[in-house]
Design a protein around this ligand. Sequence first.
Ligand code: FEO
Length: 403
Amino acid sequence: MNPVKLKEGVYWVGEIDWELRNFHGYSTQRGSTYNAYLILDEKITLIDTVRSYLFDKMMKRLSSLIDPSHIHYIVSNHVEMDHSGSLPLLMKIAKNATIITSPHGQKGLQAHYKKNDWNFKVVKSDETVSLGRKNMKFVLTPLVHWPDNMVSYLEEDRILFSNDAFGQHIASSERFDDEYPLGIVIDEAEKYYANIVLPYSSQVQKAMDAVTPLTIDMIAPSHGIVWRSHGKTIVEEYKKWASNQVDNKCLIIYDTMWKSTEKIANAVQEAFESQGIPVKMANLGHSHISDIIADVLTTRFICVGSPTLNSNMLPTVAGFLTYLKGLSPKNRIGLAFGSYGWGGQAVSHVENALKECGFKMMESIKVQYIPDETQLEEIFNKLKQEITMNESVLNKLPIEAQA
Ligand code: FEO
């Protein structure tokens, strides 16, 4: 694939990872891209690189436009190795290049690659560097996704190189949001936000404030599709996700041994649906946790069920709860449920884990052996009442407090 022109003298020169199916535990069914961008100016500038195993392919693309030894600046917006992994190889060729990065970026790159002979230009937030005819402004966006993150803004072309923010894991020959089904791009951006950016939502809000004064024609993230026609849409979505606004929906996540916990899950589903609340079910035996988290992002009621196995919850449920806790979604209402044979410890373990997430809890549901029709009806009726109670409490709150 040839370099792709974004604007006059600005090219995508990244690489497509068609085979990627696991990105540090995140399932990437559509693969991904590592987006590097080249600016042809008096000072030839490369923004980010690709994973080290794709270095040769990136160099082939770069070499079709320039002699890579002539690169003057390499902007490292983020130390994580999906973007910096090719730096050591590239710096052997672009020997005189200066790496522009944040203060944490310099420390991180030196700690990763142990190179004391690299030239650095460390930038502050809002600092501008002249590339010749065009100017590049840098805005530090710490913790979107690591402490070193920053974004770069090419002033004359009004392109924001946003690194991880606004990215999606999509491998495709298409580079722009008006060339690819928009619903899929938004869904993948949502999954990306939920799995990568969610714990840093307050930092995302600060970063959004910092870039709001910029006039932006194009958002060029470091993964996936470039936003040139629907930039406003993704910015609005980010504002919603970053503010932890949730919809009045219910997500039931469970695993089951002999289908008893599944029976309770079905009763829970009916109770929520009877109150007009849409429900989505996710059996951890079949669903990947990174897909479930994408639904957690906008869902108010999070119900988690597990039978008891060896005095504990099932490992699939424990894995999900560990992942959930790390991502720190806020303002959720939780419910723990499950069946058991004798000890029945799983439900209290689930309840405690959801409390540790900071969720407001509904009364847990626990049934010995196989729930019969009478028990399932009791669960349905009791839960229906509790949902109504929660609803009336929520309805009395101002909208911001409901979020
Ligand atoms: Fe795409 Fe945080 O790296």
